[in-house]
Ligand binder design. Structure first.
Ligand SMILES: Cc1cc2nc3c(=O)[nH]c(=O)nc-3n(C[C@H](O)[C@H](O)[C@H](O)COP(=O)(O)O)c2cc1C
Length: 349
């Protein structure tokens, strides 16, 4: 029976690799290939569809923030710093912005600082824009009806006013060289305050339209952690002694369009990198644990961590105090000069 199963799998594999070249001629054929022969994208596509519906139903609101509000306020800030600044801008989204602002202001648990930021930026927008324009005038009336606390520091500022730092490139290089994936930890709990501090630093990372649609789920419960830590494939041998486990999770419901489906991976990874460097400065070490795109694993993790399908695991991160005599792989790094590539110069007629 086992032999027959193996034989069938082998035949399927050979058939697939034989027909594969026939399906690369167009995106349509490639879609057909996956429809006929491979279910790899099915669960992810279902997640994207569910997320889209969730976005539409909740009109761009998530649990305690609004991705639509954050995106649109960000766009207005970009308009405010434009050189030269226009008297009239944001016409195609200012009504949507004041509408989502007034809805968000009524949501009890919405992040207060987000609302202060939104109110302050909108206030500046209506101060500098031409209120005689009918669209801006109509939006101003909606905006005026929902007063909030304004803050002079939550609006665009000059580059020369940025927070100063005295970190040299040598210091940063040392920090980056010191950060290594650590797999052997002291059996000591990680304090929540340290995680919060590292996350505070991680939130300074860039994100697409400043939406920051991700979270770091601390799997604090010992039993859940024991199960969760075995889910990513790459923890064999060291899973049981990971003191603190985080799941980095992206929220697809922050985006109405399929074109943004990769943003959660980009944004969360940028924040994760800052988180890991911040951990180093706090005496903590980390190791990223891979999360392959397998619907079987996704389903198990979703059940264990109580995640709706639109919330996607991006990676797990092990955190703890490095064991002094724990080994570290050398992990040769590529040379910068080999990473810097150039577009081949095209001959122009
Ligand atoms: C996306 C990603 C997935 C990873 N998955 C694992 C993993 O499952 N298990 C593991 O031991 N290390 C994992 N790592 C750590 C890498 O092996 C490590 O970053 C790499 O070998 C370079 O070593 P360094 O982090 O010490 O510089 C992962 C790293 C990344 C970025």
């Amino acid at each position: 029976m086992q032999k027959l199963k193996k034989l069938i799998i082998k035949v399927i594999e050979i058939t697939q690799s034989t027909v594969r070249p026939l399906f690369i001629a167009s995106p349509f054929l490639s879609r057909l290939y996956y429809l006929l022969f491979d279910r790899a994208f099915g669960y992810e596509q279902q997640a994207i569809l569910k997320a889209k519906i969730q976005y539409e139903t909740r009109q761009g609101m998530q649990d305690n923030s609004s991705s639509l509000l954050r995106r649109n306020i960000h766009r207005i800030e970009k308009g405010l710093i434009m050189r030269p600044r226009k008297d009239v801008f944001a016409l195609d989204y200012i009504e949507e912005t004041v509408s989502v602002y007034s809805r968000a202001a009524k949501v009890e648990h919405l992040d207060h600082a987000d609302l202060v930021w939104a109110y302050s930026v909108l206030q500046q927008f209506f101060t500098v824009c031409d209120l005689k324009h009918p669209t801006i005038k109509a939006s101003f009336e909606i905006f005026q009806a929902v007063k909030f606390q304004s803050d002079a520091t939550s609006v665009p500022y000059l580059s020369s006013e940025r927070v100063a730092h005295d970190i040299s490139s040598e210091q940063l290089k040392a920090l980056c060289k010191s950060r290594r994936s650590v797999r052997w930890f002291e059996q000591k709990k990680v304090d929540k305050s340290l995680l919060i501090e590292a996350l505070t630093i991680s939130t300074e990372a860039p994100s697409a339209c400043n939406r920051q649609a991700f979270e770091f789920m601390w799997i604090d419960d010992e039993e859940t952690k024991r199960e969760a830590v075995e889910l990513p494939g790459g923890t064999a041998g060291f899973a049981s002694q990971i003191p603190c486990l985080l799941a980095v999770i992206g929220d697809l419901s922050a985006y109405p369009f399929e074109r943004d489906r990769h943003v959660i991976y980009i944004d969360a990874s940028l924040a994760s990198m800052q988180f890991m460097l911040a951990c180093e400065t706090l005496g903590l070490s980390t190791c990223v644990l891979n999360w392959p795109e397998l619907h079987t694993l996704d389903k198990r993790a979703a059940k264990l961590l109580n995640l709706p399908q639109h919330k996607r695991i991006i990676m797990f991160i092990a955190v703890g105090y490095a064991l002094a005599d724990g080994g570290i792989p050398f992990s040769n790094k590529k040379k910068a000069a080999t990473l810097l590539t150039y577009v081949e110069t095209k001959k122009r007629d």
